[in-house]
Every structure is written in C-alpha cells, then in structure tokens.
Design a protein around this ligand. Structure first.
Ligand code: SAH
Length: 389
C-alpha cells in the first residue's frame, strides 16, 4: 500500500476526521499506486492517521474512509454500503415512497458514491477514482443489499475528468427498464428519466418540500419557477391548487412535467412556459398565491458567492413583486457556499428592495435519506425558506 506523508502541521483536518485530504497538505507519496488504490496517511512525524482512496489527479488527493491506525478490514466497503441501505429502512424515517437516496457519499461514510433507488432500479454515480475502480464490487454489494431487479451506472463526466478516469455508463446488473420509470411518493406518481435526466433523474432532495407544497396549495394560484419535471407542480395539483404556471428552460424537462401532470391530475389548468425564469419574472405576470423558486446552483465556489447572492436576491425581489397579499413563497438555494444564514439575509434584503414585508414560517432542507456527516459540513448544500408576505 502506498504511504501519503503530510507536511508538518498539516494533519489537523485528518485528525478532525474530515473525509477530504487536499493536495496542499501532502508532502510526498512513498511507493507507487494506481488511481483509486487504498493508501495510508501519515503525519510528518510518521504517525498513521487514516486510510483512503488515492486520487492522484484531483485536488482532493485522498478520499478518507477510515480513521486511526487499524487497516480497513476486507469487506469494509461492502459493509458500509449495506449499513447505508439498512439505515433507510428504519420505519418512519423516509415516508411512503419507492424513490430513495440509498447512499449519500460522505454523509454515509462513502465519499465518491451516490446511489438512488427508483422503484426496482438502482442508479449509481461513481464520483472518485476509488469508487470507479471498484465498480464491480460496489454493484455486487448494492445488488445484494437492495434485491433490486436492475442497476445502472450514470456517467459523471465532470468527476471523471477531475479524477482522471474514463467516462463510463451502462448496466451494472439485471435488465434495464425503459426510461422513464415510474416512482410513487405518497399518492403522487412521477416519471423519472434515469438515462438523460438531471442528477440521477429526479430531485429526491426536495421530497419534504413537495409535501409542504401539497399541504399549503389548496385554492392558490401557483408559480413553479425552474420546474424541471414538475415535482412541485404535481404536488400543488395534488393539494388542490387553483391553477399552475410552470417555468423551465429545458424542453425535455418541461415535456416530462406535462406528462407527470396529466398522469396525476388530468385536465388540470396549467400553463407551461419554456423560457428563462429571470426574464419571465421581469415581465408583468401574476399575481400568485404560492411561488416556488428553486434555481440551479448559482455558486459552486466561494468566489462566486457575491454574484450568486445578487442573482438570488433579484429572483426573490421580483417574485415578491408578483406575490398576492398573504402569498407563500418557497425559496431555495442549492449552493453550499450560500448557507442558511446568508440565504435568510438575502431573502430579507429582497423583501426590503421589493417594498414588501415577509416572515419566515419554516426552514427547509434535504430529507433524512440525504444525511450530512458532522465531519463534512460541505455536504450541506440545500437551504430553503417558506416565506409569507
Ligand atoms: N424544482 C425542480 C428542480 C429544479 S433544478 C424539482 O424539484 O424537480 C433547476 C432547473 O432549472 C433545471 O431543470 C434547469 O433546466 C432549469 N433552469 C436552469 N436555468 C434556468 C433558467 N435561467 N430559466 C429557467 N429554467 C432554468
């Protein structure tokens, strides 16, 4: 096994059990190893601190999987995967659905591994050299732990480039169903395009917020901005909304939204606007009584925060101007660098600029199948507010 020796004084993060060892902390590698191989991490003084998977090309040089002196036991990875799957079956934790995130990377002690279950299909993303190199092992463990009929690996081009591994996509086991597959969430049904859709096909992380929308939608004129395949719109229709407007730039996503709505609420009065959501809000429209504002990540890194904050504030300011008195607004950021505190400040700034008063009724975030490790605060990315004007 290759040894990764740290610079003097650069062992603090590892001792705090942070799962990322950054390249700047590494003094030298002793030995040679393939990308993704197990490696042992030592302090400058030679103390063994942790074990992880090596990513020679990435700024995150090692994904740490276990801490302390003891070698990871054979079958270590399989056990972690089994444990992650088992955690989801705790009664009452996730609710009535057959669509669940089974492995949430660092949040489940498995950096580089994302696994979502859609009915009888398991969709996997391998985001590190270590996980890509263990494709067969990961697939076998998931097949055993879930009993699912089929497994599919979605390509992750961004990670593959960063990690210096070939882009890969294909069947992991079983025979794949046609895409899209149908999932259920309480009384709602959704089509999920696991081959071409965003993420692994569906925004599982907004499940709790969809329940909120269903609960408060009754009789309201609803605007679903950045609707994707209509996750929120279907929830609003199920909650007896009065009418719906969906705004989304992707024609493919909007088409699936149309099909989702037709399947759940045939004949529901809905407008589908394939356009830029920022532009749409600037135009005169509304008023609306319930608005969902769920943009894509606007800040990926710290230095994007100022620009992204301004974009979030603009969106919310225009949303507030289109809001009827007493309207509810569910606003989200899915950018880790914009945490819940900053997002609340942005929302209050937007209200001030819009000349509207607003109150926070509730804070929202990713549900319990998206655990965040306390050792890895970067794993928290989704912050939401339920505002009332
Ligand atoms: N609310 C959705 C997820 C939204 S993800 C759900 O719960 O399923 C963000 C969506 O915004 C993506 O579908 C993306 O295609 C779309 N999008 C990105 N930029 C956009 C823009 N400027 N105007 C409209 N839609 C945009």
């Amino acid at each position: 096994m290759v040894d990764v020796v740290l610079h003097p004084g650069r062992d603090r993060a590892v001792r705090r059990r942070h799962p990322w060892l950054l390249s700047g902390a590494v003094d030298r590698l002793e030995g040679t190893a393939e990308p993704g191989a197990w490696c042992r991490v030592l302090s400058a003084e030679g103390e063994v601190l942790a074990y992880g998977h090596l990513s020679p090309e990435s700024r995150i040089r090692v994904r740490l999987l276990c801490f302390g002196k003891e070698l990871p036991a054979p079958g270590f990875l399989e056990e972690r995967i089994e444990a992650a799957v088992a955690r989801r079956s705790a009664v009452g934790l996730i609710g009535e659905t057959d669509a669940v995130r089974l492995v949430n990377a660092e949040g489940d002690g498995l950096p580089g591994l994302i696994v979502d279950r859609y009915a009888d299909l398991v969709v996997v993303k391998l985001g590190s050299a270590g996980m890509a190199m263990r494709r067969e092992k990961v697939a076998a463990a998931l097949r055993r732990a879930t009993g699912a009929a089929a497994g599919f690996e979605r390509a992750d081009t961004v990670s593959a480039r960063r990690e210096g591994v070939p882009v890969h996509e294909g069947v992991l086991w079983g025979s794949l169903p046609e895409s899209p597959v149908t999932i259920r969430e309480g009384s709602r049904r959704y089509l999920v395009d696991f081959r071409g859709g965003q993420k692994t096909g569906f925004y599982l992380d907004q499940r709790d917020a969809r329940d909120w929308v269903a609960r408060v939608a009754s009789g309201r004129r609803v605007l679903d901005l950045f609707s994707y395949t209509g996750g929120f719109a279907v929830a609003a229709a199920a909650g007896a909304a009065a009418e719906l407007t969906l705004v989304e730039s992707s024609a493919v996503a909007l088409d699936l939204a149309r099909r989702n709505l037709a399947a759940n609420a045939p004949g529901f009065p809905a407008h589908f606007e394939r356009t830029d959501a920022f532009e749409f809000l600037r135009r005169e429209s509304g008023p609306y009584d319930l608005m969902i504002v769920d943009p894509p990540p606007l800040a990926r890194r710290r230095h994007d925060v100022t620009r992204a904050s301004r974009a979030h504030k603009d969106l919310l300011m225009f949303a507030l101007r289109r809001a009827a008195p007493g309207a509810l607004i569910l606003a989200f950021t899915c950018s880790h660098p914009i945490g819940p505190d900053l997002f609340r400040k942005i929302a209050f700034g937007a209200a001030l600029d819009a000349g509207r008063s607003a109150r926070v009724l509730h804070t929202l975030g990713a549900p319990s199948d998206h655990p965040v490790s306390i050792d890895h605060p970067e794993g928290h990315y989704l912050s939401g507010l339920l505002l009332q004007t």
